[in-house]
Design a protein around this ligand. Structure first.
Ligand SMILES: Nc1ncnc2c1ncn2[C@@H]1O[C@H](COP(=O)(O)OP(=O)(O)O)[C@@H](O)[C@H]1O
Ligand SMILES: [Mg+2]
Length: 206
């Protein structure tokens, strides 16, 4: 037996690993061709190191964040690691996921990413998927939507955010070295972030 939270993280990992080459190719266009490799290595370690029997969502997310922090490398390792560790605090001691907690976890993840990376919306980073997704998610929850309904809308907003990253120049991270030449390419981190949200949605739908 394994817990739901572990199963969900395993599915996120499998999705990232499946898309390793795609994410790396995106990073080849505007970075150093390692985003997929970095993330796949990190999630392989998460699948192996996180205790499948641990039902405490906070513990599982914390272990995930620490593992990503120590194995992913690059800019995305500390950023994703911090995002999961900040989300972990919201779920400390909890074994169920509700809309309000999920919203708080998304907001905590954004705050953590911004504290570390100093990026704002519109700099062609993972935040261009996560911030609009979180805004839409919060609106939906406030309007009485279910977790899955809110996540569905959040995934659409995240995917639109990825499209938006194609239209702007990067001003943070390695892609910023290209300046305007980064326009026309979608951001790898925004793409992996959207895959993460889509996997959680699909998992919760089942
Ligand atoms: N300061 C930042 N804030 C938020 N996200 C960032 C920042 N810098 C880079 N990123 C994200 O990290 C991704 C690149 O990750 P990765 O290729 O793994 O690391 P590196 O750029 O060090 O090679 C980018 O596509 C972007 O989404
Ligand atoms: Mg890279």
């Amino acid at each position: 037996m394994s817990t739901k939270v572990y199963d969900c993280l395993k599915q996120i990992g499998e999705k990232i690993i499946e898309n390793k080459d795609f994410l790396t190719d995106l990073d080849r266009e505007i970075g150093d061709a390692d985003h997929g490799v970095n993330m796949a290595r990190g999630f392989q370690a998460v699948i192996e190191k996180v205790d499948p029997e641990d039902a405490d969502i906070g513990n599982v997310l914390k272990k995930t964040g620490m593992t990503l922090l120590s194995t992913v490398g690059g800019a995305s390792g500390p950023l994703y690691g911090t995002a999961y560790m900040e989300a972990a605090k919201v779920f400390a001691g909890k074994t169920e996921v509700g809309g309000e907690d999920f919203k708080a976890a998304l907001e905590a993840a954004i705050a953590g990413i911004q504290k570390r990376g100093k990026a704002v919306k519109g700099e062609k980073t993972m935040l261009d998927a996560l911030m609009p997704a979180t805004d839409v998610f919060s609106e939906k929850i406030a309007g009485g939507a279910s977790l899955v309904e809110a996540l569905d809308a959040a995934c659409t907003a995240a995917a639109e955010g990825v499209e938006f990253t194609k239209t702007i120049a990067a001003t943070k991270g390695r892609a910023s070295y290209l300046g305007d030449r980064s326009i026309g390419h979608q951001d790898p981190g925004a793409t992996s972030l959207t895959m993460t949200l889509e996997t959680i949605r699909d998992f919760l739908k089942e």
